[in-house]
Design a binder for this molecule. Structure first.
Ligand SMILES: NC(=O)c1ccc[n+]([C@@H]2O[C@H](COP(=O)([O-])OP(=O)(O)OC[C@H]3O[C@@H](n4cnc5c(N)ncnc54)[C@H](O)[C@@H]3O)[C@@H](O)[C@H]2O)c1
Ligand SMILES: [Zn+2]
Length: 361
């Protein structure tokens, strides 16, 4: 069983292929699509001995690999690591036709994508995401980049991949915390664009948490399709693509201020709860639907309460985040279930109140 989503951006549409066992034949498929005889690889160190050998064996004999093994963790999404990758690829004398494969989670995909966008002024990029978050979110849509000091994702580019390969069986080895992180983005997709998915999630969450591979395959395909629809309508984020930031303005502040004690999806979960609080206060969301959202996040193993950070410090961090990207504070809120809207008129008091609502339900 395979799901294929064609992402139609610009004049170069690409496929996202979701199929159990795909990694065992990914090399052959890639060679027939791109006709290359060598590839650059940016590879997450934590899967070097588990996933990489499967991918490597799927290529034809005498195929050339130029590998950069990236140490795991958000702290490595940096220009220092980009420079190390440039060294590997330029010393290997790759040419403009040599694709770079990103094999790992969102950290690897974002960094490898940035390298592919910039080395030799751009080489083809192939995404092979190995976390749920990277499959349903970061590998689709073309945003790539790295962090710079306290500025998250502030150095980057738009770089669409040639193809994205998702093999749900690799998710079996993902720690539960990381799996739940990915679910936060899936629940976000349902809230902003796919109300029926919310109901389906409420029913089938146990199958997901058990990593039922068949169900995961359809579920990943559906999330990719939702993200693709949003991205296609607004590739460079001038309008509705911003809806994908639901929970992220609060979330980024929580990540930063907690010094990453909260992982990305965990912070986004709290951020979605805060945004739902704002929406309920502004009359954009029924109280019953707000409770549904909070309950689902909780059942997905994500935090919805218990925040113990100073609200004024968080508010400053939110402003800092926005100042860096230009303009005032824009808050994405659910507009009922299955839709979202961007509000620029949310008062400081209401934002502080929303943060305080995260202390206890
Ligand atoms: N570009 C975008 O549009 C976009 C969207 C959302 C998130 N992001 C970025 O994605 C990053 C988060 O991605 P992530 O959650 O995948 O983090 P990650 O890449 O750090 O991966 C999470 C952890 O899982 C490990 N891992 C990866 N694959 C594994 C596997 N199959 N089995 C066991 N362990 C595995 C990694 O080593 C790491 O420790 C953030 O930097 C965020 O900014 C980007
Ligand atoms: Zn996110």
């Amino acid at each position: 069983m395979a799901e294929i989503v064609n992402v139609k951006v610009g004049d170069a549409p690409y496929d996202v292929v979701v199929e159990p066992g795909l990694l065992a034949r990914v090399g052959g498929d890639l060679v027939s699509r791109l006709g290359c005889r060598g590839v650059g690889v940016v590879l997450d160190r934590s899967i070097e001995t588990s996933v990489w050998p499967v991918v490597e064996a799927s290529f034809p004999p005498r195929f050339s690999f130029y590998r950069y093994v990236l140490p795991s963790g958000e702290g490595n999404k940096s220009l220092d690591r980009v420079r190390e990758a440039y060294d590997v690829f330029l010393n290997a004398r790759i040419d403009r036709g040599t694709p770079i494969i990103a094999l790992g989670g969102g950290v690897t995909g974002d960094l490898a994508g940035f390298v592919a966008a910039t080395v030799l002024r751009g080489v083809p990029l192939v995404q092979i995401p190995t976390t749920l978050l990277a499959m349903v979110d970061s590998s689709v849509g073309g945003k790539v980049g790295v962090n710079h000091g306290s500025f998250k994702n502030m150095v980057g580019a738009f770089k669409q991949p040639e193809v994205v390969y998702c093999d749900p069986t690799v998710l079996r080895s993902l720690p539960q915390r990381e799996f739940c992180n990915g679910l936060a983005e899936c629940i976000k997709h349902a809230i902003i664009r796919d109300a029926p998915l919310l109901a389906e999630l409420e029913e089938n969450l146990p199958r997901l948490l058990d990593r039922d591979i068949d169900y995961l395959t359809t579920f990943i395909g559906r999330n990719v399709a939702t993200k693709a629809r949003v991205v296609q309508s607004d590739v460079f984020e001038r309008g509705e693509r911003a809806h994908l930031n639901l929970g992220h303005t609060f979330g980024h502040a929580i990540e930063t201020v907690s010094q990453h004690e909260y992982a990305h999806g965990e912070a986004v979960s709290l951020g979605i709860c805060a945004a739902a609080h704002v929406a309920a206060r502004l009359g954009a969301l029924d109280e019953a639907d707000r409770r549904r959202i909070v309950a689902l996040l909780g059942r997905a193993g994500l935090p919805t309460t218990g925040l113990d950070l100073d609200e004024t410090v968080l508010y400053s961090a939110m402003l800092h985040d926005k100042k860096a990207s230009g303009g005032g504070l824009k808050i994405v809120i659910p507009q009922g279930l299955g839709a979202a809207t961007v509000r620029e008129d949310v008062s400081r008091d209401l934002i502080l109140e929303a943060i305080n609502s995260l202390r206890s339900e």
